[in-house]
Design a protein around this ligand. Structure first.
Ligand SMILES: [Zn+2]
Length: 408
């Protein structure tokens, strides 16, 4: 009996077990399709990214800003002026984020950052600072754990965590089994949908964190979109490959003797990165990513990064913010119709197949990457022109990785 059949009752292998929540026999193919929709037309030159796994590239945004003299939209200074770096100040930041959700008619979430929650790093003990949101499954206790710092990045993370809490509260009256995201990607997407709206200069002005039109010139828009793309688009190949690699191990396509070789090969193929030094089968670089030894599925993050833009676009259409404005300028703040649409999705939890929930709430029954492409369209146009003008050399050899990994 193989290890896989031994452990997982009713499933042929661990891949089947992990994918069961997507309730779709074509799910792996669908992810391939989504990846092909967003993959660059040309290979990406890749060197060092300031991230151990090259999973996001935003550390390069200072070097790469297309218009270094235009504003880099950032409200960190404004936040620091307004809020103190302590529990009281941080709680005020949570209140502002909470108000975004209540402004569209969703539930108040004060309980999640109240006295029982941990919203700043405790001075007297070591804690795991990775931000998380918790459902105590008693229909009334929901808490966030976060070592919040007063800056724009954490302001966005607050919205991400509150998205989880909002989901918990909306489906709390369903039977326990259905108290989950429609599929695991949905749970990660909700707060980020809010964050896309909050991050617009228009919204920051409405809530008093930006004073003037700073950030809405065409140049600073491109700067902003590039910075966002280095984080959210550059993540896509990584978000996809972690499980694409493991699915191949689980179903036997990748043999044990080739674990490192196949990893390096897929990193080259999907992300366009190669290891800085020679590797062999004594190495197991994939194991450096927490989710691999932690045996945690990862495709939900790929799914959520696509879904987030799809849901955002649907809400922006409902709020009549789009197509009146470019998609990246849409703010559905205070729009009760958009809120009602999101609420319907949240209240359904996992009580139906996610494709049915998607159909009933936004009228589409498939995940689709056209919204993320639309969001970044002005940037894409800029990059195409830039490339043509500079005659910029693009691409990397598909076989260069071979020299960097020794095969048994
Ligand atoms: Zn999350």
């Amino acid at each position: 009996m193989s290890l896989n059949t031994f452990c997982y009752t009713g499933f042929d292998n661990l891949k089947q077990m992990w994918l069961r929540k997507y309730e779709s026999s074509s799910f792996q193919k669908d992810c391939e399709y989504l990846w092909n929709q967003v993959r660059p037309e040309d290979p990406i030159p890749a060197h060092l990214f300031g991230n151990m796994w090259s999973q996001t590239w935003e550390h390069l945004s200072d070097f790469l800003a297309p218009y270094p003299n235009a504003t880099m939209f950032d409200v960190t200074e404004a936040l620091k002026k307004k809020y103190t770096q302590d529990k009281a100040g941080v709680t005020e930041m949570f209140k502002v984020a909470n108000e975004f959700f209540t402004s569209v008619g969703l539930h108040d979430m004060s309980v999640s950052y109240g006295p029982k929650a941990q919203v700043v790093k405790p001075a007297d003990r070591e804690v795991v600072c990775h931000a998380s949101a918790w459902d105590f499954s008693n229909k009334k206790d929901f808490r966030i754990k976060m070592c919040t710092n007063v800056n724009q990045e954490d302001f966005v993370t607050i919205h991400h965590e509150l998205g989880h809490i909002q989901y918990y509260i909306n489906y709390k009256n369903l039977p326990e089994t259905f108290r989950q995201g429609a599929n695991p990607g949905f749970h990660e997407a909700i707060g980020d949908v809010a964050a896309l709206s909050v991050n617009t200069p228009k919204h920051m002005m409405k809530i008093g964190l930006a004073e003037n039109q700073a950030g809405i010139s065409k140049e600073s828009s491109i700067n902003y979109l590039l910075k966002t793309a280095l984080e959210r688009v550059a993540f896509l190949p990584f978000g996809f490959l972690i499980d694409a690699y493991r699915w191949k191990i689980f179903d036997g396509t990748i043999k044990r003797k080739d674990l490192e070789y196949e990893w390096v090969k897929m990193r080259s193929e999907y992300q366009g990165v190669v290891p800085p030094v020679i590797r062999d089968e004594e190495d197991f670089d994939a194991g450096s990513k927490y989710h691999v030894p932690g045996n945690t599925p990862y495709i939900r993050y790929f799914v959520s990064h696509i879904l987030e833009f799809q849901l955002y676009k649907a809400l922006c259409i409902t709020a009549q913010e789009y197509p009146a404005n470019p998609l990246h300028e849409c703010d559905f703040y205070q729009n009760k119709d958009a809120g009602a649409q999101l609420k319907k999705l949240l209240e359904a939890g996992a009580s139906k197949n996610w494709e049915i929930i998607l159909k009933e709430t936004i009228g589409q029954d498939k995940m689709d990457a056209s919204a993320i492409l639309e969001y970044f369209a002005p940037l894409l146009e800029y990059l195409r022109e830039y490339r043509a003008k500079m005659n910029y050399p693009i691409g990397w050899s598909k076989t260069a990785f071979e020299a960097l990994v020794k095969r048994e």
